[in-house]
Design a binder for this molecule. Structure first.
Ligand code: TRP
Length: 334
């Protein structure tokens, strides 16, 4: 489906990913590298500085994200893997895009509107604490995408609007110069990804504090898994597995055969909550065993990772430069 497409994936280096990030974003992005004609995978560190002002925290975030993607199997021969801030053509393209980006389009951006709403709720002025980076970030994101003649951007639902903004800006520029200077990207939302609940049954999300971090230490992991909400029904009571949170999370990580084993055990009253929590713990450890070891390796050999990122930038820059030159020729009439 993506064999003849240029696909681009961006990830913000803010915070250690959790299991739902892994299953819903990291794994599919890595698979994309094996499928697409070209796959660009980048760490959106210019986006991160809008929020993260401590360089040590930022570096740690970049390091973790880079090591996680590599540990989980990103193939850097197939995916062009780079840090956004290593590609100066991207902010240059952004500056040109600004001239064609209606301010009203930025006013309507979800991320900005959400920050304004938060301020209003707190009784603060609308733009309190909102910097221009956050306000204009859909334009930078458009440059991330348009720089590489991207066909498809796989995103979560919350990012669809931003890909549409990239389409709109590209369309406006193409119409103005009456030629196809920028490729208008499509978004792709994976509808089949199961919603993975967190420890309290709500969607797993950092903002709810209910997450299972991808590479939590086994001891910490055990503590978290045993904190998953259950009720006080005795083991012998037959239970509908679908109503049991541990089982819902298990479904996201265990093989079909193992899921059936747990489902049967619950229906027949042969498995108690302690059993199924241990089963979940084992499944998570098994799913992440190899990548956890690789993660630790990359974290302690970061100069190797640095080399891979520099290679990626060396591949990405000429592509972005081509787009930038095409734009400058048209805009400045060179
Ligand atoms: N805005 C995206 C997020 O918050 C990250 C991102 C930045 C991105 N630039 C991108 C995603 C380009 C896809 C394409 O998750």
């Amino acid at each position: 489906m993506f064999e003849d497409k240029i696909v681009l994936t961006g990830v913000k280096p803010t915070g250690h990913p959790h299991l739902a990030n892994y299953l819903g974003a990291i794994k599919p992005a890595i698979a994309m590298g094996k499928q697409a004609k070209q796959h660009n995978m980048f760490i959106a560190d210019y986006h991160a500085i809008n929020a993260v002002k401590d360089p040590a925290v930022l570096q740690q975030g970049i390091k973790e994200i880079a090591c996680i993607y590599l540990a989980c199997g990103l193939d850097t021969d197939k995916s062009i893997f780079y840090r956004q801030s290593d590609i100066p053509e991207i902010p240059e393209i952004t500056t040109i895009l600004y001239a064609y980006t209606p301010k009203g389009l930025m006013n309507k951006s979800h991320a900005y509107k959400a920050s304004v709403d938060k301020n209003r709720e707190a009784g603060k002025p609308d733009d309190d604490g909102i910097n221009m980076g956050l306000y204009t970030y859909p334009t930078l994101m458009a440059a991330d995408i348009l720089a590489f003649d991207t066909d498809v951007v796989p995103v979560g639902k919350d990012q669809v609007q931003h890909v549409e903004i990239a389409r709109d800006i590209a369309g406006a520029i193409n119409a103005h110069y009456n030629k196809p200077l920028l490729k208008q990207p499509e978004f792709s939302v994976e509808e089949n990804i199961a919603l993975i609940p967190g420890l309290d049954g709500r969607k797993m999300s950092k903002s709810y504090g209910n997450v299972i971090p991808l590479f939590a230490e086994p001891k910490e992991l055990k503590k978290l898994v045993f904190a998953i909400q259950t009720d006080s029904r005795p083991m012998e009571e037959p239970k509908d597995p679908e109503g049991i949170l541990v089982y819902q999370i298990y479904k996201a990580v265990a093989s079909v055969a193992k899921q059936q084993e747990m489902a049967e055990g619950l229906k027949q009253g042969k498995l108690g909550y302690g059993h199924i929590k241990n089963m979940l713990l084992d499944a998570i450890l098994e799913e992440t065993k190899e990548s956890r070891e690789k993660y630790e390796y990359y974290m302690s050999h970061f100069s190797e990772v640095e080399g891979l990122l520099e290679n990626g930038a060396a591949k990405a820059r000429p592509l972005a430069r081509r787009t930038l030159e095409r734009l400058k020729d048209a805009v400045f009439g060179r």
